[in-house]
Write a protein that binds this ligand. Sequence first.
Ligand code: ASP
Length: 329
Amino acid sequence: MPSFFKRILIASAALLACTAPHFVQAQSAYPDRPITLVVPFAAGGPTDVVARMIAIPMGKSLGQGVLVENTVGAGGTIAANKVAKSAPNGYTIFIHHMGMATAPALYKKLSFDPLNDFEYIGQVVDVPMTLLARKDFPATNFAELLAYVKINKEKVSLANAGLGAVSHLCGLLFQSQIGVELNTIPYKGTGPAMNDLLGGQVDLLCDQTTQTVPMIKEGRIKVYGVTTLNRLSALPNVPTLDEQGLKGFEVKVWHGMYAAKGTPKPILDKINAALRVAMQDPSVKQRLADLSCDIAPLDKITPAGLKTHLEAEIAKWTPVIKKAGIYAD
Ligand code: ASP
């Protein structure tokens, strides 16, 4: 072997010998500082509720704070891009819902690839949705709602959390099934959207039980139905949209946790172990059960469990979205 290449080989081996221990040390020391858990919607909304609920037990398991950071906009894609471009060191992790699967069809110029720019930590929880109105909206039940919006569609407003948010998707499915197009009002999350619903500034909203159950129980908003095929234990007297005529209407919001591509496996394993402990935490289990949420089974709180589900969901929603002709330039 020419001496030039030999020298290169020796230098490379020496460099590796110098850096390898630090690299291994970094992995074994992880985490040695707080971890940022990026939430792609505004504080107070359902994704934020889930994130803050599990951040505490995850932090206890990891021995470092897990700090929630709300990075909003574009239905969660701004946050997803930020995490995809973050340092692959396990100090920036991400929780997002099925918007990760709808973004490729909705956004023509998506700045990240859900299937190649992330490491997969695991599925988290499935959350049902509720169809809501401001407290003094004229319709007192679903039949009256349908009649009212068909006559007054020009003036009825429907809030959502932006293109790709599940409130957007649920609203689209609702409008297409009843054959009425309403005036949609986008927000940075359904946290702020809910504030306007409570304040009477917007008429309707589809949102997740992680935010809506307490307000429904307190009578601060109207509810017309739930988006599951069976009634919810948290809201036993609220009929499903399916039983009220929207046959097969089902939206359950699955959530996953991600890290940047290239995050070392020993670090991903530590984050995954902390997530699994958090989802088995008695307080987390009780709170999510009270909100009729389904915690992912342990065999789905795995990298393969999340990636396989994400691939299937992209395949499921892409034709639906393309057929509906919905996209952002
Ligand atoms: N999950 C979003 C939030 O937490 C709302 C949505 O996707 O509709 O604001």
